[in-house]
Each structure stands twice: as C-alpha cells, then as structure tokens.
Design a protein around this ligand. Structure first.
Ligand code: G1P
Ligand code: ZN
Length: 544
C-alpha cells in the first residue's frame, strides 16, 4: 500500500543543499517528515527515474540505518525498479560512486556528513549523486532546493523494515531491493588499477604500515584489501570497525584528529608508512616514518609516478587542482607536457574535466585526491596508489619526497583557518581585499614582489559556466602565493581560510621547517587582510 502523507509545516531548511548535499544535526533530521520531505524533493526533481535503479548507502553513522529504511520505502512508492543497498547500509562515498557507474544506476543517495562527528547529538547528511557517479551539479541541487519550498506531500510505502544485513534480493512493493557486498565491487576496481602482486611482495619483504580507519566506513575496505588481499599483517588497520559515533572522535584525517597515528609514525618502532581516511572514505592523509606528506605534494608525487602503476601506465591526459592547492603539481605537468587545470574549491568542478577526458588525476589541498576511476575523491585509492609506487621504487616515503623536491623544487605550503568569526566582519574583510589586492601589482611587499592580485574566476571549459568570486589571490613574481577565501562548509559564523605557499627552487640549499619558511608570507597575509583588527584573532584556530 502506498500512503500519500501530507507534509506538516515543519520548517524544511535554511541551508541550500550545495554540492555536499544537506548537512544538519541528527535532531533536525529527526523532526517529523523532515527526512521524507527532502527525499521526496530529490525524487521530484529527477526526470526519467521511473523503473530505474537507485544506489543507497552511507558511512554508518547514527541515523544511517533509519534513513536507509525510509529511502527504500519511498523509492518503492516513487516508481524505482531496483535499489542496490550496501550491506548493513554501508557504502563509502567512492564505493557508492563506483557502484553507480558499474551498474549503470540512475543515481544514488549517499548518507554521510563526511568528516563531521556522528551520534544522536551530532551531524547527519544526504547527498544525491547522478549517473556518472559524481555529486549532482548545480542545476539539479537548485531544482531540489526549489522543490523543497513548495512540496506538500510525499509518497511512502507502508511496509515493515527490509533486512539489509544479509546479502540477496528482497521484494518491496513493486521494487526489488538488492543487498550487495559493500566492498567487493570497489576491490575489483582497485585490482584493475594497481599491481596487487607487487604490493604483496612489498609486504612480504617486511614493509609495515598502519591504516587508521578512524572507526568509520573504510575499516571493512581497508581490512579486505590490505590484510586479506595484500597480505599485510592483521592489525595493520586500526579503528577498523565502523561505529555510529566514530568512537566519539572527529573522523577527519589530519595531523590533529589522527594524532594517534601520527604519534605511531614518530614513535620508536615506527612503521614505514601511515595513512588515514575520513568518515565516508573520500579523504586521505599520507605519512611516512617521521614525515607528513602535504596533500598538495601528494598529488604532485602521484602525478610524477603514476606511470609506475598499471592503471595509469599510459600516462595522464592532464591534471587538475583546486586554486588554493599548491602549484607543486603544475611543475610535474609542465615536465610531462600535459595540461593542468585550476578550478574553484570543491570536487564538483572536476566532474566535467574527468567526464570529457581532459584530466586523469585531480586533487585538493584539503586531503582530497582522486582520478577518473570514479567521480568522487577517494581515500583508499590514494593509499593504494602510494603503496604501488612504494612497491615499485622500493624507497621510503621521505626518500621519494626528497627526490621529488630535488627534481621539481619545493612548494612550502600551509593553510591557516580562523573558525567561527563574525560573519559580517568576514564579509567586510573580503570586500576590503577585493578592493585593495588588484592595486598591489608590481609593488614590493617585504622581500616579495607582487606579480598580480585578483578574485579568482573560473570558466568551465566544457559547459562554459562561469564561477566568480572564488577566492582573493596575491601572486608573487617567484611563484609564491597568498590566498584568502571564506569556507562554504562551516556551520558556525564564518571561517576564513588563508592559504600560504612559497616556492623554493633550490630545495637542497634551503631545506627548512614549513612554518619557518612561510613566516614572512603569513605576516604579510595578516597585514593585507587586517585579520587582527577585523576579527580580534591573533592566532588561527587550525594550522594544517
Ligand atoms: C572544504 C574544503 C574543500 C572541500 C570541501 C568538501 O570546503 O576546503 O576543498 O572540497 O570542504 O569536502 P570549504 O569549507 O573550504 O568551503
Ligand atoms: Zn568525506
């Protein structure tokens, strides 16, 4: 039986669902009809979804299982032919992308609030991915948002919960629910890209690693791939069991939140390699013994060495990075004579470049790296690519980094975040920067000379769409840069991100500590943006 429920007057949302979908406190999602309204608004905005396949899965956080059941009943009432659900409702974001593509699904609903904490008082989120496996583009998210304003009923089947814990097919109304292995399709894809035999030999030779799944979704993926298929010792994967509250931690792979892993890599009996990924498995952090690879350097190293892995042996069509990501990969692209595309912040801007075949690898400074194998960034993929390169070169992470810097020079890089600042003050600061920065061209600032300053604007080479006001940049004649932008994902007040990059051609002569080498640029940034005067802050809240 299909029930049409009339939507109550629960205020739907003050947040326009952007590329990361709708992200709210669990308690907000628990309001009567709230989840259902959003799901129906998505279904209403899709054209041609009747008798199609939908993929459903999430990162396992609190509310995941409930949301899966509601989505299944609503998908059945809205005319889908088939739903593919990850076992226990689990699918990492890149695995969902992989499954959508492999089974030619119409799209997928991915349940996650990425690296935000989980639990009854924490965050939940839903995003819709289209048939190419990537996040819905703006015209789709705009349509969903518009629909949420006028929706007055939703369609849901009255039926008991479906068993999503055992594999196999079930019938729900006129729809088939297929509970699939959350890991298998993804593992097959990884096996096609990387030389598993070679990596197995590396582990057999005594190479040791730790992968921190942060009690989030990649635990089962990492265990199957690293411990089962690649022969790494049991225990290689830490915090491997997905928990609804991620053990009370932020499942965010950075030096602060993955501090246990960082300590292990700096400890007495440190393993050779360390890695972590976030709540939904799309971010990654790479560590060597006593060393940290910045995401910008990681992208550059992967681009320089991709030919050593079977999936990329024919070379790269091109590479892309978000504008604030360091230009380390540009130097690799120049040497390899391939194009480099500079896009605004956010994974969605890579979609057209990947679909059109213009680029093979892409990445962001915010611990996101990926390739054309799916349409999301992919944490476990990045780890396997590093492992394949380590297995081929038989050098340590720090040897690989150093030889990279010797060859290409080094882009010292750091991001300073000022979180929870007053929104009006943040807006005024950006207005001030937009007004003053273009006038700095040719001026000397300390020991740097400004080449140019602007507010970054991007024209998509495939569909011609223009995205303006994507971050104020000060570019210096030596290739160093300072970039200012406001976060689009912060939840309280505004978050100012200041990205500082200094290029050192002769890395051997100037091997320095990162913050030391950036100190003058950081001071300049503070002065240009009048950070202290405008925000009252003397220190950033987070430095990465
Ligand atoms: C942040 C990151 C950005 C990433 C996004 C979603 O966005 O900086 O690179 O794509 O999260 O994971 P921001 O808060 O800076 O707008
Ligand atoms: Zn994520």
């Amino acid at each position: 039986m299909i029930a049409h429920r009339i939507v109550s007057t629960v205020p739907f949302s003050d947040q326009k669902p952007g590329t990361s979908g709708l992200r709210k406190k669990v308690t907000v999602f628990q309001q009567p009809h709230y989840l259902e309204n959003f799901i129906q608004a998505i279904f209403d905005s899709l054209e041609g979804s009747a008798r199609q396949t939908l993929v459903v899965g999430g990162d396992g956080r609190f509310f995941n299982r409930h949301a899966v059941q509601v989505i299944l009943r609503m998908a059945a009432a809205n005319g889908f032919e088939r739903c593919l659900v990850g076992q226990c409702g689990l699918l990492s974001t890149p695995a969902a992308s992989c499954v959508i593509r492999k089974y030619h699904a119409f799209g997928g609903l991915v349940l996650s609030a990425s690296h935000n904490p989980g639990g009854p008082q924490e965050d939940f989120g839903i995003k819709y991915n289209i048939g190419n496996g990537g996040p819905a583009p703006e015209n789709v998210t705009d349509a969903i948002y518009t629909r949420t304003g006028v929706i007055d009923s939703y369609r849901i089947l009255s039926a008991p919960d479906v068993d999503i814990d055992s594999l196999g097919k079930r019938i729900l109304g006129d729809m088939t629910v297929e509970v699939i292995d959350s890991v298998l399709d993804y593992v097959t894809l990884m096996q096609n890209l990387f030389d598993f035999d070679r990596i197995r030999d590396l582990f057999r030779s005594g190479f040791r690693m730790r992968f921190d799944a942060m009690n989030a979704v990649t635990g089962p993926y990492a265990r199957e791939i690293l411990e089962e298929r690649l022969g790494a010792p049991v225990g290689t994967v830490m915090n491997a069991i997905p928990l609804e509250d991620f053990g009370g931690h932020h499942p965010d792979p950075n030096l602060v939140h993955a501090c246990d892993l960082v300590q292990t890599l700096h400890g007495p009996d440190a393993p050779d390699f360390g890695a972590a990924s976030d709540g939904d498995g799309d971010r990654n952090m790479i560590l060597g013994r006593m060393s940290f690879v910045t995401p910008s350097d990681s992208l550059a190293v992967l681009a320089a060495n991709a030919h050593l892995t079977p999936g990329y042996a024919d070379g790269l069509a091109g590479v892309a990075r978000s504008m604030p990501t360091s230009s380390a990969v540009d130097r690799v692209a120049r040497e390899k004579r391939i194009d480099v595309h500079e896009t605004p912040t956010g994974w969605k801007f890579f979609g057209n470049l990947l679909d059109s075949g213009a680029v093979t690898l892409c990445g962001e400074e915010s611990f996101g790296t990926g390739s054309n194998h799916v349409r999301e960034k992919d944490g476990v993929w990045a780890v396997l690519m590093w492992l394949n390169i380590l297995a081929a070169r038989r050098q340590s992470v720090s040897e690989i980094l150093r030889s990279h810097w010797r060859c290409y020079g080094r882009n010292y890089y750091s991001r300073h975040d000022y979180e929870g600042i007053d929104s009006a003050a943040a807006d005024a600061m950006m207005t001030h920067l937009r007004a003053t920065v273009p006038g700095l061209a040719d001026r000397m600032l300390g020991s740097f000379t400004v080449a140019c300053g602007d507010d970054f604007s991007y024209t998509d080479p495939v569909d011609g769409s223009v995205s303006s006001r994507q971050g104020v940049r000060v570019i210096f004649t030596d290739g160093s840069r300072i970039i200012f932008r406001l976060s689009g994902t912060g939840t309280e007040g505004a978050t100012l991100r200041v990205y500082v990059e200094k290029y050192e051609h002769d890395y051997m002569r100037h091997d320095q500590n990162t913050q030391e080498s950036l100190a003058e640029l950081v001071q300049l940034a503070n002065k240009l943006a009048e950070i202290r005067e405008r925000t009252g802050r003397t220190q950033p809240s987070v430095v990465t």
